[in-house]
Design a binder for this molecule. Structure first.
Ligand code: PLP
Length: 430
């Protein structure tokens, strides 16, 4: 299987090379060149997530040096659950909980898969691999956790100073060892731009091998297909109906994994993208005009993206705009609506949402009743509410209990270096 750039035709590269490079040389994003038929074994009811993930991803690694390692990679990476929980049986509504990993957000799946894969790619030189990662909140922590203390690899996390939650900041800056944290005086878009500039900077390229751990790296997106596959197959087995997903979205990495899973033939119905006040994607689907804009700071900060990178993959998947707007729909949820939804669903269901998951819960409530009733809906829960106590606790009037993994991170000391949002400053810091 080859992965080709969204910007060029041609043969593309294999899985390992796509992972190592992160971004295609022409600045495009790697996408699979075809959707292989899914192996029958995938359907077997008693597979755990690592086995189902390996069987789903195997065709994408065919003839790649990592093919034989895949079961070991998914076993190491997916060492926590992604449970599908019934929320409201009468309403045919359930919740896919993706926050049971070490940093309590769904990004643990992709980051851990990427780290486990890169650790097994045969090394062609003794040079250290520097993973650059721009983060709007959760990615940096997940990537740092996944790569921390791995030999031959370094991580540089760029986050927008003052624009991530205090709890998130601790998770971005508590590592030390091979992890470096840079607080950029700018927005997430500045961080993302700096990473892209660093990749094509001759001086930095001559100093170190660099790759990206952002969701521009296909090694982050592919493994995320595994939980959409597992959840949709579970719904199919239980009810004989496809699953429709509401996905809290920012850079569109998780959404693309869901759409890729559907393209690969899994029983997935509608896909609804729940955005915060950063409305670039909903406006695009409404108007057909792509207008990137500066990101706005919101309560769901890990989704504060004004120019989502993975939109390029969305357009590559559905080059025809009319097809695209049938394939996926999107809406925008304001901070006020996030607050109201957290309050309301705690009061009515006893359910505590993180601000990101709350956008999905709100998007679902907004669907026309007929559309809600016609499908089996799955809300994707992207983070544990204990990551956002400053926001959630005042709304529900009680403390949120902290999972063990997070409590361990909170106990560590933190350190970071502050930089201006320009390439010169990044060069100096590296
Ligand atoms: C990153 C993140 C999102 C957005 O996911 P994308 O793949 O960037 O669209 C949503 N919720 C949480 C908690 C996140 O960390």
């Amino acid at each position: 299987m080859r992965f080709a750039s969204t910007r060029a035709a041609g043969n593309g590269v294999g899985f390992s090379a796509a992972l190592r490079e992160g971004l295609a040389p022409d600045g495009g994003l790697y996408v699979p060149t075809r959707w292989p038929a899914m192996p029958a074994a995938l359907q077997s009811p008693d597979l755990d997530l690592p086995s189902r993930g390996a069987s789903l991803l195997l065709p994408f690694l065919a003839a790649d040096p990592l093919e034989g390692e895949l079961p070991a990679i998914t076993r190491e990476a997916f060492n926590f659950e992604a449970p599908l929980v019934t929320l409201d049986a009468a309403a045919k509504l359930s919740l896919l909980e993706l926050f049971h990993g070490p940093t309590a957000a769904f990004k643990d799946f992709g980051a851990r898969f990427l780290a486990a894969s890169l650790a097994r790619v045969p090394r062609t030189s003794g040079r250290t691999l520097n993973m650059l990662v721009a983060t709007s909140g959760d990615t940096g922590g997940a990537v740092a956790a996944a790569f921390h203390e791995r030999p031959g690899m370094q991580v540089t996390v760029l986050f927008p100073k003052g624009l991530v939650s205090p709890t998130q900041e601790r998770q971005l800056t508590c590592w030390g060892d091979n992890v470096r944290s840079l607080a950029v005086r700018g927005t997430f878009d500045d961080c993302q731009r700096l990473v892209k500039e660093a990749f094509v900077d001759p001086e930095l390229k001559s100093r170190a091998r660099m790759s990206s751990a952002n969701s521009i790296n296909p090694g982050r997106l592919l493994p995320q297909m595994a939980y959409f596959a597992a959840a949709s197959l579970e719904v199919w087995r239980r009810y004989g109906e496809p699953a429709s997903f509401v996905v809290p979205s920012g850079n569109l990495g998780n959404a693309l994994a869901c759409l890729w899973a559907r393209a690969a033939g899994l029983p997935i119905g509608e896909v609804v993208l729940a955005h915060n006040a950063n409305r670039t994607v909903p406006d695009y689907l409404a108007s057909g005009v792509w207008r990137a804009r500066p990101s706005i700071a919101t309560l769901a900060s890990a989704m504060d993206v004004g120019d989502p990178s993975n939109a390029e993959r969305l357009r590559a998947l559905y080059p025809d705009f009319n097809e695209l707007r049938v394939a996926v729909s999107a809406c925008s949820v304001s901070d006020e609506e996030i607050r109201a939804r957290i309050r309301a669903d705690y009061a009515s269901r006893g359910q505590i949402w993180c601000p990101h998951t709350a956008t999905a819960a709100e998007a679902y409530e907004r669907l026309p009743a007929a559309r809600r009733a016609a499908q089996r809906w799955v809300l994707v829960s992207t983070a544990h509410p204990a990551k956002f106590p400053e926001i959630v606790e005042p709304l529900i009037g009680r403390a949120v209990s902290v999972p063990q993994s997070l409590a361990g991170l909170f106990a560590r000391a933190s350190s970071y270096v502050e930089i201006e949002p320009d390439l010169g400053a990044l060069r100096a810091a590296l």
